[in-house]
Design a protein around this ligand. Structure first.
Ligand code: ZN
Ligand code: ZN
Length: 402
């Protein structure tokens, strides 16, 4: 369709005269715009689901089913925002499609919602935010896991973090930990990292081979720039690319034997080729629309990561920036994410995994890499720095201590 010249006059399809024919099928009236082309609803839906199915197919090939491994087990991180809700819908379509062809379901899926409502003081025990999801997607298993679970995870080095009163209940403890962080930007940053930890730990405990995240092209581009701005650019290949991570990371306090031993989990972003605004449109086009499933306010995807609105976090700045860029220059957004995708994991697979990782984000602490960022962004001194030296990367140290 890229090579098809734009129509010069009314096109004729059967006996119908189309005033604005779809640039892809040319038989339907275009009602939407997709990457500067007029398209019909059916072609738009096919375009988005095709992009996701391609990625899900790539992942499936990474995990071949054999006699000893008869089932692929995936975990989906659901934030109840647009992207992860759309991904949930597409994964369901994928399963329905296989079953409709009398084939086995291509994977088992457990959907994990990391509940951070205790940080907002808005905990409502009677309200199950997952109830509508369970009703709509009965084939999948849904679980809500509290962000307070981060307190017990081996992948986080709590000895390197500001200490919290151990006599408090877990949800109070995590609340006071977040309250003591230096800024809204720090809270958003640490909440994102803890959420990732809780998801990876859940995937590991469920013996899942892959963790699926809903990040769109736009979200990955935002993450690229915000992580770079925070001095964690070194971590990008682990955060943006699809691939395996060991959880808990080597040297993170986990023993090398038995229960606690790290296991490789593939982290995939099947919506990496779709723009955020496209997913917002897609959400309205499914039958029935997914719109009511998306958490109130999460349409902007902002507040899910922000505890206080006092100041703008880097994430918010990036969000606003890319909302504008996406509108006029979608290819710029795609290029940011794609260029990062080409970065290699500098320390290389096996070797990197044996090195000690940052106690917060898990990225291997390479003396040179970390020092490079430290040098560019300034050095702090004092006892606090001594306590964390060598345990946290520069970005995580800044986020927890300012
Ligand atoms: Zn069409
Ligand atoms: Zn770190």
């Amino acid at each position: 369709m890229e090579s098809t010249p734009p129509p010069t006059g009314p096109a004729v399809a059967g006996s119908l005269t189309l005033t604005r024919p779809c640039a892809k099928c040319r038989t339907q009236e275009a009602t939407l715009d997709s990457r500067s082309q007029p398209v019909c609803r059916a072609c738009f839906v096919k375009f988005i689901s095709g992009k996701a199915m391609k990625q899900i197919g790539i992942l499936g090939k990474e995990i071949p089913t054999t006699r000893t491994n008869a089932t692929r087990r995936y975990v989906l991180g659901l934030s109840r925002g647009v992207s992860s809700t759309v991904l949930l819908h597409l994964l369901n379509e994928n399963v329905e499609f296989a079953l409709g062809k009398a084939r086995a379901a291509p994977f088992d899926l457990t959907v994990i919602y990391v509940d951070s409502s205790c940080l907002y003081g808005s905990k409502n025990a009677d309200h199950d935010p997952l109830a509508p999801f369970r009703a709509r997607f009965p084939r999948f298993t849904f679980r809500s896991v509290s962000i307070a679970d981060a307190l017990g995870l081996l992948g986080i080095d709590w000895s390197a973090l500001p200490s919290v009163d151990p006599t408090l209940l877990p949800e109070q403890r995590i609340w006071s930990f977040f309250s003591a962080l230096p800024s809204a930007a720090s809270r958003a940053d640490i909440l994102r990292l803890f959420t990732r930890h809780v998801l990876l730990a859940s995937a590991r405990s469920l013996d899942a081979q892959a963790l699926l995240l809903g990040h769109s092209t736009t979200a990955l581009a935002e993450l690229t720039l915000s992580e770079t701005a925070k001095g964690r650019g070194f971590s990008l290949p682990w955060v943006i690319n699809d691939g395996g991570v060991e959880y808990p990371p080597a040297g993170s306090g986990s023993s090398t034997e038995g229960e606690d031993r790290g296991r490789k989990i593939l982290v995939y972003h099947p919506l990496r080729d779709a723009l955020r605004k496209e997913l917002s449109v897609y959400m309205t086009l499914t039958e029935p629309p997914l719109t009511p499933f998306v958490a109130e306010g999460a349409v902007t995807a902002l507040d899910s990561a922000v505890v206080s609105h006092k100041d703008l976090s880097i994430e918010e700045v990036m969000f606003r920036y890319f909302a504008e860029v996406e509108e006029s220059y979608p290819s710029v957004v795609a290029n940011v994410a794609r260029t990062t995708g080409k970065l290699v994991r500098l320390l290389g697979g096996e070797d990197a995994e044996r090195k000690r990782g940052c106690g917060m984000c898990g990225v291997p602490l390479d003396g040179e890499g970390d020092e490079r960022w430290r040098g560019e962004l300034g050095i702090r001194g004092g006892d606090e720095e001594e306590k964390t030296r060598g345990k946290l990367c520069y970005g995580c140290e800044r986020s927890t201590r300012g």
